[in-house]
Design a protein around this ligand. Structure first.
Ligand SMILES: Nc1ncnc2c1ncn2[C@@H]1O[C@H](COP(=O)(O)OP(=O)(O)O)[C@@H](O)[C@H]1O
Ligand SMILES: [Mg+2]
Length: 327
């Protein structure tokens, strides 16, 4: 993955536009902010920007600001001098120092502690910092790319994110649309991911049936591309068991055809149930009903969240829920 060229699957006008933007910003040194729901491809896009730009041969270093305790995040970013805190037994270089002329990615940037936010502000303003416990001022040439699935303006409003840091990060923002907002990408991405996971599982011949394709197209994908990948992986695993156990290997082209029944229940249910996928196509109303049911199910019936995901108002969601007799 680290050396081969990164494929950016995009057929939808929305993702094609994003790819064009990525090509425009890749040669520049400008700080980037990449926003989008979880699983939409923020990491993937950051990596792409790195690899198609002049920094491709320099380091690409990512730090997940949400998964480490705050003092470790700082130590990972800025490095530390020996004895700067308990356990700092020797000098350690931080990512900013090791990044050289490469790219440094701050994943889940909204999770940075107030102290780290202050230090990052200075990095962005002056391109300089010190190691924890150090006095020597170091300078960075790496490009910074921050990723977030959090609404940063809202975080600024409620006081958890510094406004000045937000302005520094928000110079150039790339918004990665949710998968349901670029439906023309669903099948090309499914095929691309299937090509990967079927090899991983030693099932190089696995293919989607026509009914499965229709089902994937009808689903709302609240977990975006990551959910699509997981669903395909599950289908590959289950297709073997289900065909052999219930119908014999020869049935319907055998275990290499992935049918709707091989996919997770919530996807099948949301897309109308496996029964609909014989020859029958779905009406727009059915697709809408299924998308709403799946989203409600995935958010555990949180109305506000569901309405945001579906891109409709709370009021409309409640009306449609009633109309379709959903619980
Ligand atoms: N345009 C794309 N083409 C091919 N694969 C993609 C694309 N966008 C995302 N992916 C894949 O989808 C998965 C989720 O993407 P990721 O970048 O981890 O999402 P995020 O960081 O937004 O949660 C990864 O396996 C990634 O490689
Ligand atoms: Mg990510």
């Amino acid at each position: 993955m680290s050396t081969e060229r990164l494929p950016w699957v995009s057929e939808d006008p929305a993702s094609l536009r994003l790819f064009e933007l990525a090509q425009k910003v890749a040669p520049t040194a400008t700080t980037l902010l990449i926003v989008g729901e979880s699983g939409t491809g923020k990491d993937h896009l950051a990596r792409l920007v790195h690899e198609i730009g002049p920094r491709r041969d320099a380091p690409y270093l990512k730090i997940d600001c949400a998964s480490l305790p705050p003092h470790l995040v700082e130590s990972e970013l800025f490095g530390h001098e020996r004895g700067s805190f308990t356990g700092a037994v020797e000098r350690k270089l931080g990512r900013l120092e090791m990044g050289g002329a490469g790219t440094i990615v701050l994943d889940e940037v909204a999770a940075l502690s107030p102290e780290a936010q202050g230090k990052m502000l200075r990095v962005l303003q002056e391109r300089s910092f010190e190691r924890l416990g150090g006095t020597e001022t170091l300078h960075i040439t790496a490009r910074i790319i921050a990723l977030t699935n959090v609404d940063l303006p809202a975080a600024v409003k409620n006081g958890t994110f510094r406004e000045d840091l937000y302005f520094r990060l928000n110079v150039l923002t790339l918004a990665v649309p949710a998968l349901r907002e670029r439906r023309a990408d669903i099948l090309p991405l499914a095929q691309h991911l299937l090509n990967i996971v079927r090899v991983v599982h030693g099932r190089g011949q696995a293919q989607l049936s026509e009914a499965s394709r229709r089902m994937l197209l009808a689903y709302a994908w609240p977990g975006n591309i990551r959910e699509l990948r997981n669903a395909l992986e599950r289908a590959i695993v289950f297709s073997r068991g289900s065909t052999m156990a219930t119908e014999g290997v020869a049935a319907e082209g055998g275990e290499n055809i992935l049918e709707p029944r091989d996919f997770p229940e919530n996807i099948r249910a949301a897309a109308g149930g496996a029964a609909h996928y014989g020859a029958e196509l779905l009406s727009l109303e059915e697709i809408e009903r299924n998308a709403i049911a799946a989203t409600l199910d995935a958010t555990r019936y949180q109305i506000t969240r569901s309405s945001k995901i579906l891109g409709i108002s709370r009021k409309t969601l409640l009306e449609k829920r009633k109309k379709y007799g959903l619980k």
